[in-house]
Write a protein that binds this ligand. Structure first.
Ligand SMILES: N#Cc1cc2c(cc1C(F)(C(F)(F)F)C(F)(F)F)CC[C@H]1N(C(=O)[C@H]3CC[C@H](C(=O)O)CC3)CC[C@@]21S(=O)(=O)c1ccc(F)cc1
Length: 275
């Protein structure tokens, strides 16, 4: 019998039975630890989202954003992407087994999945009623991002946020979704694919049991197809390349180094994920 599991032999007096803490199955412990990692690395925190009255930007504030030079707005948003990705890296490091992978595989999984997790997390701060997202403290519609010069990408990002928020996922569901986006054994260039597949398998079982416990099995069929996230991220990479072409000499130094590493790697550094 493993330590802590109550022995159910008939000889076991009630006092012993009652003295043990509640016995949780490993998968419930796993989804609980993923939820804690998610809560600790999301911004804003769930309680802030509930409490906060979401105020929309005024017309003047929106036109101020729209008259920002393109490079300024890109740097402003790139900083927020970078902050969000740093929190996703912290989330990954807290996932059971992630830090035991080789650093090469950790980097491959993060390069491929971090932005996808940011886009999943975005739905937490998305208001479906006004089709707007919390940006720098207030609610912003797609028109606020006009000066980025990539209206299709912005529209796809909002469509994705809209469809995900329509599923009204709980924090636990978003936590498990994010963990499964990251620990994806299908990512190219992995060295120890079977090891990632084992971690992914444990998360998959834990997610299905969570959905069964909460009578939300129907969610699986309604989740956006994984291809949609991938398409969004490749659209994003195209836009970064387009932006770089507009600004020869590489991304301005004002872009965070992590952003440059993830989205505008210097060709001299070799193919993505192999450094
Ligand atoms: N630069 C940017 C950029 C920045 C962002 C997104 C997309 C881009 C690009 F798609 C662009 F610009 F083209 F639209 C880009 F660049 F990626 F291509 C989507 C995720 C957003 N985001 C978030 O919603 C996070 C989610 C996680 C959350 C947390 O940490 O828990 C914090 C807030 C991070 C940055 C942010 S944003 O808020 O600047 C934003 C920008 C445009 C838009 F249409 C909607 C939002």
């Amino acid at each position: 019998e493993t330590a802590g599991r109550v022995s159910l032999s008939p000889l076991c007096p009630l006092s012993v039975l009652l003295s043990h803490r509640v016995t949780r199955v490993p998968s419930e412990l796993l989804s609980q630890s993923v939820l804690l990692s998610h809560r600790a690395t999301c911004h804003p925190r769930a309680e802030e989202l509930q409490g906060q009255r979401w105020v929309p930007f005024s017309r003047e504030e929106i036109s101020a954003f729209q008259s920002q030079p393109m490079a300024e707005m890109w740097q402003r948003c790139a900083r927020r992407v970078t902050e969000a990705i740093e929190r996703v890296v912290e989330f990954a490091k807290r996932l059971r087994g992630f830090l035991q992978l080789s650093q090469h595989d950790q980097i491959v999984l993060l390069k491929a999945g971090a932005m996808e997790v940011v886009l999943v997390r975005m739905c937490r701060a998305f208001d479906a009623a006004t089709r707007s997202v919390l940006f720098e403290g207030k609610l912003a519609g797609p028109e606020l991002f006009r000066s980025l010069g990539c209206p299709e990408l912005v529209a796809s990002i909002f469509d994705f946020a809209q469809s995900l928020s329509a599923l009204r996922c709980s924090e636990s569901e978003l936590a498990m979704l994010s963990a499964l986006v990251l620990l994806n054994a299908g990512r190219p260039c992995l060295q120890d694919r079977p090891r990632v597949a084992r971690l992914q398998g444990h998360l998959d079982v834990a997610f299905r049991l969570l959905l069964r416990r909460t009578r939300r099995e129907g969610l699986l069929a309604r989740l956006p197809a994984p291809g949609r996230l991938r398409a969004l991220c490749s659209q994003h990479l195209e836009q970064v390349q387009a932006f770089r072409r507009l600004h020869p000499g590489g991304l301005p130094a004002a872009f965070p180094p992590l952003y440059r590493e993830l989205f505008a790697p210097d060709p001299a550094d070799g193919p993505a994920g192999t450094r």
